[in-house]
Design a binder for this molecule. Structure first.
Ligand code: XMP
Ligand code: MG
Length: 180
C-alpha cells in the first residue's frame, strides 16, 4: 500500500495519519525505556487481542531484557447500556502472582475496557501493573484510566491499520489511517 494515498475499506474512505516510520520510531523509544526501567524485573507483557498484536510483536522484538509475553482477549458488546458489558473471551493463562505486568493495548478510547479489566487483573496478585498504549484518544475518555506509557495522543476520530480494524479489515496495514 502507498501511504500517501487514501484507502477504501468497506463503505468508508480513510486518509494517511501515522506512517510506518513514525510508529516504529515511537516503539523503539518505548522499548529502550522499558529495557531500562524493567532491567532486573523479568516483566510479563500482557497483550490485549486482537488489536494489539502487531504493536506487541514489534515492541517485544526490541525488548532485550529477560521478559515473557502472554495474551488475553477482551470484548465489549455494542449497543448495550449495561456497564458490565466487557467480557473476557480468552482468559489469563499465565501465573502473574508477584510479577511485574505491562499491559499492551492498541488504543484507549472511552477507557471502559481497561477500567473493567484492571481490577480483575489486580485480583491475580501481580507485583505491579503498568499500561502501555500505542494510541490514546484522550478526548473520548469516559472512564478514568491512568496510562503509564503512550506512544501517540490522537484526536477522537476513528482510525485503522497496524492491528486496528474497520469491521474486520484493515489490520494488515503497516501505517495508520484516519476516517476521512
Ligand atoms: P474503550 O472505549 O474500551 O475502547 O477504551 C477500546 C477498544 O475500542 C476499539 N476502538 C477502536 N478500534 N479504531 C479501531 O479500529 C478506533 O479508532 C477505535 N477506537 C476504539 C478497540 O478495539 C479498543 O481496544
Ligand atoms: Mg483493542
Amino acid at each position: 500500500m502507498n501511504f500517501m494515498k487514501a484507502i477504501s475499506l468497506h463503505d468508508k474512505e480513510f486518509v494517511p495519519f501515522l506512517s510506518e516510520r513514525e510508529i516504529q520510531e515511537k516503539i523503539e523509544a518505548l522499548a529502550l525505556q522499558l529495557n531500562n526501567e524493567y532491567a532486573d524485573k523479568k516483566p510479563i507483557f500482557l497483550s490485549v487481542l486482537n488489536g494489539a498484536f502487531l504493536f506487541t510483536a514489534d515492541l517485544f522484538k526490541q525488548i532485550t531484557i529477560e521478559a515473557e509475553v502472554c495474551f488475553i482477549k477482551l470484548a465489549s458488546y455494542n449497543g448495550m447500556t449495561s456497564s458490565e458489558n466487557v467480557i473476557t473471551s480468552i482468559g489469563l493463562a499465565a501465573n502473574i502472582v508477584d510479577r511485574h505486568v505491562i499491559v499492551l493495548e492498541d488504543i484507549i478510547d472511552t477507557g471502559k475496557t481497561l477500567q473493567h479489566f484492571l481490577p480483575q487483573l489486580a485480583a491475580h496478585g501481580p507485583a505491579s501493573v503498568k499500561i502501555a498504549v500505542l494510541l490514546n484518544k484522550k478526548e473520548a475518555r469516559q472512564y478514568q484510566v491512568d496510562l503509564d506509557y503512550t506512544c501517540f495522543d490522537i484526536p477522537n476520530k476513528f482510525v485503522v491499520g497496524y492491528g486496528l480494524d474497520y469491521d474486520g479489515i484493515g489490520r494488515n496495514s503497516k501505517d495508520i489511517y484516519q476516517l476521512k
